[in-house]
Design a protein around this ligand. Structure first.
Ligand code: PMP
Length: 360
């Protein structure tokens, strides 16, 4: 007989952690469903990548190579860094968790801008690391205030560049100045999930900045520009003390065999993938211009999404989009992040946003 028993004892912190909310899919009146809520690539995998994954799928009974040697070698060559400077994770969100676990002693603090990637506070709490949030200034990182928020207890600073959800990016001069002033004991993580979409030449590639800085690491992902969100593959570039730490905090075999095959095939198909990114970048400028022409204020974005500050209208706007079958990512009371889709999808969104601006 099953007795009415009490729930098992769980960590109290779980009560305060909301479950991660993935981007929603909505269906419009005509059955249309346009998902612009998760910053994914709107396009399916390249045929060569699909084939590589299918081939790898024939061989599933053995554990994957835990060190993903071939992919690490390929990535290191691709980035022009030593192999010991590359570590993999199940998505860059997996690496974030690995990093937080690596620094998460009692009393440890992580400093990051807010609003930024919504997983930061959740993962910090889970690892027992206290979040110190520094408000954005003009929709972008306020590096001076981030610096001022560092204390003896700070173990990590996250700089999301470009920032999710605002799309804004910090430039080389200010970032280098910041890195030069962060104390050596604090790990600075440059979260560059959207790096491939950056076109402003003054926005630095973190991989060119970490070399002489043992406390700087760069996070990248195959989920966005490489169109592989489903396989869960991200990587970190950093000095051996950091890469060794995240290798230890990786769940064994979390970077699976299909992900490794997909990653290698994607590096082989870089040219084709980057052409797709170019299309998204063009769409970003077209969509932004359309929104501005309709009366919206849109910060220039270096990522594959745009940000609309809507304050108290945020949920109403998201509902107006949903009625037309377009899902966006609302942050209640703040604004909505809208990923760039195909040109046709973006046109539908522009239509909704233009009509909304007229009514507003
Ligand atoms: N960092 C940022 C800034 C992101 O926006 C995302 C995805 N939304 C991630 C990391 C995580 O991506 P993934 O785990 O798919 O690599």
């Amino acid at each position: 007989m099953v007795s009415e028993s009490k729930s098992p004892y769980l960590r109290a912190v779980l009560e305060s952690i909301p479950a991660y909310k993935p981007g929603r899919e909505v269906v419009g009146p005509d059955g249309r469903s346009i998902k612009l809520s998760s910053n994914e690539s709107p396009l399916g995998p390249l045929p060569s990548v699909r084939e590589a994954v299918s081939r790898a799928a024939a061989d599933l009974n053995r554990y994957p190579d835990p060190g993903a040697a071939e992919l690490v070698t390929r990535l290191a060559a691709h980035l022009g860094v030593p192999e010991e400077h590359v570590a993999l994770g199940a998505g860059s969100v997996g690496l974030l968790q690995q990093l937080l676990e690596a620094v998460g002693e009692p009393g440890a603090e992580v400093v990051y801008a807010w609003r930024s990637f919504e997983a930061y506070p959740l993962l910090a709490e889970l690892s027992g690391v206290t979040s110190v949030r520094v408000p954005l200034k003009d929709e972008t990182h306020d590096l001076e205030s981030l610096l001022a928020a560092i204390t003896d207890d700070t173990r990590m600073v996250l700089v999301c560049n470009p920032n999710n959800p605002t799309g804004t990016a910090v430039r080389e001069r200010e970032l280098v100045d910041f890195l030069d002033r962060v104390p050596d004991h604090v790990l600075v993580v440059l979260d560059e999930a959207y790096r491939e979409y950056v076109r402003d030449p003054e926005v630095p590639d973190g991989v060119t900045l970490y070399g002489n800085r043992p406390n700087v690491a760069v996070l990248r992902t195959f989920s966005k520009a490489y169109g592989l969100a489903a396989v869960r593959l991200g990587f970190l570039v950093g000095h051996p003390s950091v890469t060794a730490a995240v290798r230890k905090t990786l769940v064994p075999f979390a970077v699976n065999h299909l992900a490794q095959a997909a990653g290698i095939a994607s590096l082989d198909a870089e040219g084709e993938l980057l052409e797709r990114v170019e299309t998204t970048v063009k769409e970003r400028e077209r969509v932004r211009e359309g929104l501005v022409a309709a009366g919206w204020t849109v910060p220039p974005s270096e990522a594959n999404f745009v940000w609309l500050r809507l304050d108290e209208d945020t949920l109403d706007f998201a509902a107006a989009c949903a009625r037309e079958g377009v899902s966006v990512r609302p942050f209640d009371g703040e604004g909505a992040r809208v990923s760039l889709g195909t040109p046709e999808e973006n046109d539908v969104f522009l239509g909704v946003a233009t009509a909304y601006a007229r009514r507003r």
